[in-house]
Design a binder for this molecule. Structure first.
Ligand SMILES: [Zn+2]
Ligand SMILES: [Zn+2]
Length: 1003
């Protein structure tokens, strides 16, 4: 059976997607859920003759509960030196008041929404929740707030809007503040505090939740060591004091104790972000205060480390509600310490039953868990204790037994909680392995069949021989046996085992079929290789040092991703690779200039002198000469040649500068860098000058190849970018001294958007026109460049001002590389593609990004937006984050399409009368000769039979001279042109093949 190459590619993509999906399903297992059924009734108190009162829940411990959640409240802001200095009242409560303090450990991802969910449900939200962080759908999972509302409690909420989205119908009163404008840290908190006086005076509520965002925003703007942090902490301390004193005075009237909880949702890294798993990001302060707590005076203990998920169970118990079904936490026992033994044991029992139910749902062999055995034993002992108690036995025995049961329960809770939480973090290895195998098989198949698959009309032989089918059945049976063994012995539920038999069989059949395909392709390649060796034909290409470098570098980078440190510090890999690449290019350009093909030294100046004589036409002799050294710099003039020699060094210099602009990664992220220096308020003038110069240089680099209309739009757009940044107060306007009225620059930003869309529209229109109506190469080139410049303009708008040099260096590198190195040295499409990929990755990190989600600059998402709009905000944030790779990809498209169209061998109308080799060398010679001399004089010699369909709509000076076939400018400055004919050998060889074969006319 034969398969067209389009169908083959589509099939590969489909199977690849399937493999990746299977891997991800194993890598991000869905969170543990016991069942979607309504919550089971509360477990009765274990006792011999179960009394009816045992099944009822206990009355709430606290009349009123206030939760004061401060976003980004790291533990040392309360318990460390900062707390002592800026939060005197809180420190007093921690050290002397009736309170219990803890360091609550948040599980990654340390992002607000998953953390809020963890606080109210007690379960562990997965990484999928990060994506939903910006726009959270209503929380349907069992949680404390829903339970409280269902029990008739009145819940009031002020603060981060996320809560309102999670609980749209739960609060009797609420005021959500949007967390989207990170730059504001005063108003977000004032919006919460202004309600306090009114609410604290009223007594018509049971639960009050306050979520303060200012501290987190300060962290995002200026990091945890900013002086603003101290001021914010003092503000929070005074608010806490207000709430606490008000609660205390109310308690005296109401006679029921109330609970005040101070907590954070996550910490803050040393750079001020959050999202990852560093100690600073996961450690948050947790302080519970209530007059009900019995605490001996002078008893100061360091805060105990607990899990953030423990708070949900504690709040539920405190409010007299059932513990949320999916909670993996255990309640904070110190809260209970003053209560009667029977109550204590009852609460411990309820928590243990809830955890054991969750364990049973998630682990098929739960009986083997030590925590479960311990729980069963405690339950038995508990029963004995209740029997003794009901017999009114108040002896020492009862007391001792009670203490023993309590110890047992606490131990059981600990192991149960650990067992249930670890269930969440466990990967489904089986799915991951199978997914990886599928991906690797497709990759191998692609690599082995690329030579056959390249041509547009190529067909692939699908092996259906008996040997293959035998192999297929064998592999399938083997895999099936393995599947049965894995699924019957699994301790946990595995995704593939939960599939129906035909589905699982289909996946296994796919794996075996791919295996057969790979093996047959492999044998065919080997056989072909042997045949080739028996009939030696001239090898079409040879490996250069650069090929080795790009291949080894790419493979090395892939291997490096196996270690977590290399992922955290991935920027170092890219910086190293890019610098090495620059040195290799430098080596190559020097060799091309100073050494001949045979390695002999030669003089650079001779072609330059020849260049002066413009009347020289490229006759056969010169064609020959040029053909002998196609990858030399002879084609460049004297000044350009020096630029070619200097370019790698210039790019290296740019890279060094950018490295110190933004520190990134994990280990050295806190180090001072140029970016911090520039963004500090004392250096606003320097930043303004730098930004203005960068914008001017960006315009200079981009405009030369734009259409005139786009040129004007680009200039106005870049001016708009500067105005936008002055409007937001980042930059100074030279003739506007007072910057009193700061707006959000909505108008300026929208002004720039109009130009971006305008240029984009012009570019796309031109490309479409050249594709559909006229086969105009130049219109297409200009159109593509317009699209590129629109992207540059958008990036300039979204980048923070101190990052504008990154954009400038990116454009500068592209120009230098393309003009002085890639084109003159004749790098192949594959090499250039890999180099673009490398630079794109390096510029991703130069921007200050890392693999840590904390470095995503979400402020880019509200440039020019009044309110939060999901789709544009997501798009803008994604574009600003990946601007580096995107701009390099767009440049690659421009670069490759600027080359004379690469005609594939199949689309070439064959011409008779010329031996292919002679033709190819002629063509090759043409290219080089024109490249060397430029101008119409040389173009008259473009007599190589063209193999491309003639294109005629555009007629620059050189076009008239090509007998047939397109002529396109090689360089805008020299107006050198070339015919778009290609040697057949270059057409047939794979795109990675690099420089075309070096042949001379004499061959
Ligand atoms: Zn947060
Ligand atoms: Zn934040």
């Amino acid at each position: 059976m034969r398969l067209g190459c389009g169908a083959f590619a589509a099939g590969c993509v489909a199977v690849e997607v399937l493999g990746v999906a299977l891997f991800l399903r194993g890598f991000f297992p869905p969170p543990v859920r016991s069942s979607s059924q309504p919550a089971p009734p509360a477990a009765p108190e274990p006792s011999a003759g179960a009394s009816s009162s045992g099944t009822k829940l206990l009355p709430p411990l606290f009349g009123k509960v206030v939760v004061m959640l401060i976003d980004g409240l790291r533990d040392d802001f309360v318990f460390g030196s900062k707390g002592v200095k800026f939060m005197p009242y809180t420190t007093y409560l921690v050290e002397e008041g009736a309170s219990h303090s803890f360091v609550a450990e948040a599980k990654p991802p340390t992002v607000t929404m998953p953390r809020i969910k963890a606080l109210v449900t007690g379960s562990l939200p997965g990484f999928v929740d990060v994506v939903r962080n910006l726009n959270s759908p209503a929380l349907l999972e069992d949680n404390v707030v829903t339970r409280a509302t269902a029990a008739g409690k009145r819940v009031i909420f002020y603060g981060d809007e996320t809560w309102v989205k999670l609980f749209p119908k739960h609060f009797v009163e609420y005021d959500g503040t949007t967390s989207f404008f990170v730059s504001d840290y005063t108003e977000v908190d004032d919006n919460v505090t202004r309600h306090l006086d009114k609410v604290l005076k009223r007594g018509d509520w049971d639960v009050l939740i306050l979520h303060y965002l200012g501290l987190d925003h300060i962290g995002h703007i200026s990091g945890p060591s900013s002086p603003l942090i101290g001021r914010k902490l003092s503000e929070m301390d005074s608010i806490l004091m207000r709430i606490h004193t008000s609660l205390q005075s109310e308690e005296r009237e109401a006679l029921s104790p109330s609970l005040l909880v101070l907590c954070g949702d996550h910490g803050m890294s040393e750079s001020g972000g959050h999202g990852a798993a560093s100690l600073e990001e996961v450690s948050t302060a947790l302080l519970l205060t209530s007059s009900a707590f019995s605490r001996k005076p002078g008893e100061v203990r360091p805060p105990e480390r607990v899990q953030q998920t423990d708070l949900a169970a504690t709040l539920a118990v405190g409010l007299g509600l059932p513990i949320p079904q999916h909670s993996v936490g255990r309640f904070l026992f110190p809260v209970m310490q003053g209560r009667a033994m029977r109550e204590q044991l009852r609460f411990l029992h309820l928590n243990a039953v809830q955890l054991s139910r969750l364990l049973q749902a998630s682990n098929p062999v739960y009986e083997r868990e030590p925590g479960f055995e311990q729980f069963k034993m405690s339950e038995r002992l508990h029963g004995n204790w209740v029997r003794l108690y009901l017999e009114n036995n108040n002896s020492e025995v009862l007391l001792n037994l009670g203490a023993k049961v309590r110890r047992q329960y606490l131990g059981a809770l600990k192991s149960l909680s650990r067992a249930v939480s670890s269930q969440v973090a466990q990967y489904d290895i089986y799915s991951m392995v199978l997914g990886t195998v599928v991906v690797l098989e497709v990759l191998a198949l692609l690599l082995l069949s690329i030579p056959q698959a390249l041509g547009a009309a190529a067909e692939l032989e699908v092996p259906l021989s008996p040997v293959c089918s035998l192999l297929f059945y064998l592999a399938f049976l083997l895999l099936w046996a393995m599947h049965v063994v894995v699924c019957t012995s699994a301790e946990r539920s595995r995704y593939l085992c939960s599939l129906t038999w035909p589905m699982a069989g289909g996946v296994l059949a796919l794996v075996s079929a791919l295996l057969c395909g790979v093996l047959s392709a492999l044998t065919r390649t080997c056989v072909d290789g042997k045949l080739l060796r028996r009939n030696p034909t001239p090898s079409s290409w040879r490996w250069s040092e650069l090929d080795f470098l790009t291949l080894a570098g790419t493979a090395g980078h892939v291997l490096s991703l196996g270690a977590s440190s290399f992922i955290e510090e991935e920027h170092q890999t890219w910086y190293f690779l890019v610098s090495t690449l620059c040195l290799a290019l430098c080596h190559e350009s020097y060799r091309a200039c100073f050494l001949g093909e045979d390695g002999e030294p030669r003089h650079c100046s001779s072609p330059a002198s020849a260049l002066q004589d413009r009347s020289v036409s490229c006759d056969v002799l010169e064609l020959d000469q040029a053909c002998q050294s196609p990858s030399s710099l002879d084609g460049l003039g004297g000044r350009e040649k020096y630029m070619a020699l200097a370019s790698p060094w210039l790019v290296l210099g740019c890279c060094r500068l950018l490295r110190s602009l933004n520190q990134t990664g994990v280990q050295w992220a806190h180090r001072p860098d140029l970016g911090h220096w520039l963004t500090s308020s004392e250096h606003q003038a320097e930043l303004s000058i730098l930004s203005a110069l960068s914008l001017l240089a960006i315009f200079a680099l981009v405009q030369s190849r734009c259409s005139p209309l786009s040129k004007g739009a680009l200039a106005l757009g870049l001016l708009g970018v500067y105005c936008y940044r002055t409007a937001t107060g980042h930059l100074l306007f030279p003739w506007q001294q007072d910057s009193k009225d700061l707006s959000r620059g909505i108008i300026e930003a929208r002004f720039v958007y109009v130009f971006v869309l305008g240029i984009l529209f012009t570019g796309i229109k031109q490309v479409l026109k050249s594709q559909v109506l006229t086969a105009d190469v130049q219109a297409k080139t200009v159109g593509l460049w317009d699209v590129h410049s629109a992207l540059v303009l958008l990036a300039a708008l979204l980048f923070r001002p101190h990052n504008l040099p990154v954009l400038l260096c990116s454009l500068l590198t592209q120009t230098l590389m393309a003009r002085f190195l890639w084109r003159p040295l004749g790098h192949g499409a594959a090499e250039v593609t890999i180099m673009h990929y490398w630079f794109g990755q390096a510029f991703f990190y130069f921007q200050g990004n890392s693999n840590n989600i904390a470095t995503v600059d979400i402020s880019a998402g509200f440039v020019g937006l009044n309110t939060y709009m999901e789709v544009p905000a997501m798009f803008l944030t994604a574009f600003a984050t990946y601007a580096g790779p995107v701009l390099w990809a767009s440049h690659l498209v421009n670069f490759l399409s600027w080359e004379p169209s690469r005609c594939s061998s199949s689309s070439v109308p064959q011409q008779s009368g010329h031996a292919p080799q002679v033709r190819s060398s002629l063509c090759q010679g043409d290219r080089k000769a024109i490249w060397r001399w430029g101008g119409p004089a040389s173009a008259t010699r473009c007599s190589a039979p063209s193999r491309c369909p003639p294109t005629s709509s555009w007629s620059p000076p050189c076009a008239t001279t090509c007998s047939s076939g397109a002529c396109s400018p090689r360089s805008s400055s020299t107006r050198a042109c070339t015919c778009s004919s290609q040697p057949p050998s270059a057409c047939a060889s794979p795109p990675w093949a690099g420089p075309a074969p070096r042949q001379t006319l004499g061959e």
